[in-house]
Design a protein around this ligand. Structure first.
Ligand SMILES: [Fe+2]
Ligand SMILES: [Fe+2]
Length: 279
């Protein structure tokens, strides 16, 4: 769990059942994401980058195995087994994070001229790996982040992720898709603005952490995330049907759609906890 319903006490622990359930949910979602990042990195390397291609393939297989393993476990699996699994996955996440940062360094020092991954994309996927890694550490520590802090922290993280996605889509669409490029640019501006608002709210902590302010914050973010998610879904379908011109891999289109959907699930869970409704 990211949050603690008795936010004032701050001392309650996650139950063993919640721990197993939450760990498996996170690993199932993020291991697939990490596996796909390995594929995107590989596709962006040049043919001569054989060493980097081999490393990316290795990560693909590591996360594929982790994903399969996470589906083999159930909510009844012994918490100690899951604890060990979390630690193993955390090491894999730390390794792929280091690999992505290394690639970013190579791109920014112009050592991979002509490679096809934007520096911001590589930075973005490294942030996602680091988020995954930190989530696993938090889970194993059994700490519950107070609800009000979790709401702001998670939104700051995911709003930036969404703003990046809009930028990637805008840049990977063919420039002749003028209407779609325009829509993507508007989403990028919208999410940049929401991100600044979130950071403002963060700066005003703890006074900004009132139920009405946080509730409005979630509602406002939700509206934009729903429309971005729907736009990504449409783009994904159009790409799959070969109806638009772009250099977006269909799996990348689906990938960013799933991440938006994941953010929405988090917003809804926060909202339910904040207003006391059960999910
Ligand atoms: Fe991703
Ligand atoms: Fe992403």
């Amino acid at each position: 769990m990211y949050w603690n319903e008795e936010q004032q006490s701050g001392g309650s622990n996650i139950s063993p059942m919640e721990f197993v359930e939450r760990s498996l949910e996170e690993i199932r979602f993020w291991s697939r994401i990490m596996k796909e990042h390995s594929l995107f990195l590989r596709l962006g390397f040049r043919c001569e980058d054989t060493q980097l291609i081999a490393e990316a393939n290795q990560f693909f297989h590591i996360f594929e195995r982790i994903e399969q393993q996470s589906h083999a476990f159930t909510n009844q699996t012994d918490p100690m087994t899951i604890r060990r699994f979390n630690s193993e996955v955390q090491v894999a996440a730390a390794n792929i994070y280091a690999f992505k940062r290394k690639v970013l360094g190579l791109i920014l020092s112009c050592q991979l001229p002509g490679a096809n991954n934007f520096p911001l994309l590589v930075d973005h996927i490294s942030r996602e790996a680091n988020y995954f890694r930190k989530r696993l550490i938090e889970l194993n520590e059994g700490k519950l982040v107070p609800l009000a802090d979790a709401i702001i922290k998670e939104n700051v993280f995911f709003l930036r992720i969404m703003a990046d996605h809009a930028k990637f889509i805008g840049h990977l669409l063919d420039p002749s898709e003028r209407k779609l490029v325009d829509i993507a640019r508007n989403f990028s501006n919208d999410f940049d603005e929401l991100l600044f608002q979130a950071r403002d709210l963060d700066g005003m902590r703890p006074y900004s952490q009132t139920v009405p302010l946080l509730d409005q914050f979630l509602d406002q973010n939700r509206v934009s995330v729903v429309s971005l998610r729907d736009f990504k879904k449409t783009a994904r379908d159009l790409i799959e049907e070969c109806k638009i011109k772009s250099i977006i891999h269909p799996l990348l289109a689906d990938h960013v759609y799933r991440e938006a959907d994941h953010f929405l699930t988090i917003i809804d869970m926060f909202d339910a906890h904040l207003t006391g409704t059960n999910v």
